[in-house]
Design a protein around this ligand. Structure first.
Ligand SMILES: C[S@@+](CC[C@H](N)C(=O)[O-])C[C@H]1O[C@@H](n2cnc3c(N)ncnc32)[C@H](O)[C@@H]1O
Length: 299
């Protein structure tokens, strides 16, 4: 039912943006400013596409819509719940994914590489792909949609995350080519893969303790890694060659742990990538480079 005194969609976005701005929040779970966050919240709740026509911006909100939005806004401000969890949807590589507190909110710069189909980084079109530490499945599913012939495994240690990843497999209609596998790193997997993509946990406990309250809503299993964040990345580096094809490629994110990783392995021939849309700490290594580094990685 429309409410004649109610604000329009445009007015609502402005008001929500101002309230967010005044609340001293942290942005970084899908948006980086109050205006974009207001659009994300209001449009998703109202079911309006992000390329809305002007006419939709002038529509009045119903009383029920206003009440729903106000309740979510107060959870964003008072409990610091990221908008993606409030609306249970996040965008990655231009695609919508279901998310909730079982998984990290998708935000990896890997999205940019997927949109470019990894350009010059791969020797051939990948046939078998692994998304290790998959969470919502966003990286593997977006890559499956970029390479329509590829078979993709999504692996995670968390059965809760995998249950949500399965929902996203169905949402994107890729059940015939994409499967979700419960696995502690490579333990439950069978290679060889032509491409391994991985955004593992790489945050140390001291860094977790310093994160803004928004991060406390994310599963710690998705963030924490021992040895100053490097334990899980190093374990993956030690094992990946055994699961890659002869000319396979590993592309992994370690975020701001990239300096610590480079310092730990100064002779490793990491190819660190730059990103137009921001982000850092993603490297490429070939299977051959990983095999050549076996002795170095054993230390
Ligand atoms: C940083 S999150 C990444 C999620 C998703 N790939 C993304 O980019 O949004 C890391 C994921 O690794 C999973 N994980 C943690 N330890 C693991 C392990 N030993 N083996 C497999 N997955 C693990 C967590 O459950 C979490 O879903």
């Amino acid at each position: 039912m429309s409410n004649s005194k109610a604000e329009t969609v445009a007015q609502c976005v402005s008001r929500v943006s101002e309230q967010l701005e005044a609340a001293d929040l942290f942005y970084g779970h899908g948006t980086d400013n109050p205006w974009d966050e207001a659009v994300y919240l209001v449009f998703t709740v109202l079911g309006i596409p992000f390329d809305a026509e002007q006419a939709q911006m002038s529509q009045a909100l119903s009383t029920a819509q206003s009440a729903t939005l106000d309740a979510l806004l107060s959870r964003r401000i008072e409990q610091r719940v990221p908008v993606a969890y409030l609306v249970q949807e996040a965008w990655f590589a231009g695609l919508p994914f279901k998310v909730d507190e079982r998984v990290l909110i998708p935000r990896s710069p890997l999205a940019e590489l997927i949109a470019q189909r990894f350009e010059t980084l791969l020797p051939a079109v990948p046939q078998r792909i692994l998304d290790l530490c998959t969470g919502s499945g966003c990286i593997g599913i977006a890559t499956a949609l970029a390479f329509e012939q590829a078979r993709v495994d999504l692996a995670d240690i968390s059965s809760h995350a995998l249950s949500l990843a399965r929902d996203n497999i169905v949402r994107h209609g890729v059940e015939a080519r994409v499967r979700a596998i419960e696995s502690d790193l490579f333990a439950g997997l069978e290679g060889p893969y032509s491409l391994i993509l991985c955004n593992p946990p790489y945050v140390s406990q001291s860094e977790i303790d310093d994160l803004p309250p928004e991060y406390a809503h994310e599963p710690v299993l998705g963030l924490y890694s021992d040895e100053e964040g490097l334990a899980i990345p190093l374990q993956i580096l030690r094992q990946a060659a055994d699961y890659l094809s002869e000319d396979g490629v590993l592309i992994m994110e370690v975020g701001y742990s990239h300096e610590a990783l480079s310092a730990r392995l100064p002779a490793m021939p990491f190819l660190w990538l730059g990103f137009d849309n921001g982000g850092e700490g993603i490297f490429v290594l070939t299977a051959q480079q990983l095999r050549d580094a076996e002795a170095m990685l054993a230390l």
